[in-house]
Design a protein around this ligand. Structure first.
Ligand code: PEP
Ligand code: MN
Length: 362
């Protein structure tokens, strides 16, 4: 389904920082001192927006679930003292009312809420007619349409100051990441909605401090519009997400290390020419790849006819295991990553099965 979003760019620029938007602050507001001290340090770095969780959607009960509305006056105090804009997560109408009554500037919808269209619709209905920026995190599951759906529900309710936050996706497999980045999903979101700003939350992607820098750089190199990082004056003592929060000095080190490259080369004459030559080469190689796929599928069709005639099953498990193993080995010798080869051959194999299924049933 094609659609477009009616977006008003809120243009919050980071002071002193060569990047579009930076948001930082603790996972949760814990004490007045923690909110104020972390906030002052964040403001000193030139970061324009402070994040802090007031109501925490914890996966299991018994964990710290946020202090609730009692912490909101601290955020207002921080805003008055430093000029920081304040962002917090909301998951129901009561949260929205309390947050807005206490001068919160930006609301965000958490990953667990985005996954629930009933909840999102209720928020959209309540927010309708209010002129507040709303940032929508991706749903916990890698479903781009749920993410788009939540943005559309907000947009239909009249909210135009929208942004998306990429925070990675839940998974059950081994991974160094707490939430797998699946960069192809936010890249697809960017392709579908070029006017929608998308920022990256490396903290919830990584789940651990030591991976943050490389994920931040990746977000910059993929031309996302900003970063949303958890920071805490004393992460070791944090009541939620202690392994992923960084001290303000660590945050500064990450910021200083980032390289923001130029996304648009149309103004750079020499570079543009070189890039065009290389892209021509890529176009030609892709053309060759497509012809090779075509040839392979022709052979797959012939094998399909053969299997049909001789009453042989489409799937030959041993053969498929052999192919995957051999191709990965071959790919490795050519310097191609195992994941890449495995994904490509799984897709090719699936398409071959589809083709032979059609032949079998003709
Ligand atoms: C958070 O930002 O603290 C949070 C709970 O995030 P998410 O909804 O991405 O899990
Ligand atoms: Mn958190």
């Amino acid at each position: 389904m094609n659609s477009s979003l009616d977006i008003v760019d809120i243009k919050i620029n980071s002071k002193n920082l060569e990047m579009p938007l930076f948001i930082s602050g603790p996972c949760s507001a814990e004490t007045e001192e923690q909110v104020m001290e972390t906030g002052r340090r964040v403001a000193e770095l030139g970061i324009p927006v402070y994040r802090a969780g007031i109501w925490k959607p914890r996966t299991r009960p018994g964990n710290f679930e946020g202090l609730g509305a009692v912490a909101l006056p601290w955020l207002r105090k921080l805003k008055e003292e430093t000029g920081l804009l304040i962002a917090t997560e909301v998951a129901n109408a009561y949260h929205i009312k309390e947050a807005l009554d206490h001068g919160v500037d930006i609301l965000w919808i958490g990953a667990r809420t985005t996954a629930n269209p009933f909840a999102v619709q209720e928020l959209a209905d309540y927010l309708g007619g209010k002129d507040v920026p709303v940032f929508v995190k991706n749903p916990v599951n890698p479903d781009i349409d749920l993410w788009v759906g939540a943005l559309e529900r907000m947009n239909k309710a009249g909210l135009k100051k929208l942004m998306a936050i990429h925070r990675g996706f839940s998974h059950y497999s081994q991974s160094p990441y707490r939430n797998k980045p699946h960069w192809e999903i936010p890249i697809e979101l960017k392709r579908r909605f070029p006017n929608l700003p998308i920022i990256v939350d490396p903290s919830h992607i990584c789940g651990r401090r030591d991976l943050l820098k490389e994920v931040c750089q990746k977000a910059a190199d993929l031309d996302f519009d900003g970063l949303f990082i958890e920071s805490h004056i004393n992460p070791e003592a944090a009541l939620s997400d202690k392994d992923q929060q960084v001290k303000p000095e660590h945050l500064k080190e990450i910021l200083d290390s980032l390289i923001w490259r130029e996304p648009d080369i149309s103004g750079m004459n020499g570079l543009k020419h070189d890039m065009e030559l290389m892209r021509l080469k890529i176009d030609q190689i892709d053309d060759e790849i497509l012809h090779i796929f075509r040839n392979r599928m022709d052979v797959v069709g012939k094998i399909g006819e053969f299997k049909k005639k001789n009453k042989v099953t489409i799937l030959q498990t041993n053969r498929w295991s052999e192919i995957l193993l051999e191709r990965k080995e071959l790919g490795k010798n050519l310097g191609l990553s195992e994941d890449f080869i495995s994904n490509i051959f799984k897709a090719i194999h699936q398409e071959s099965i589809n083709k032979q299924t059609v032949i079998m049933n003709e």
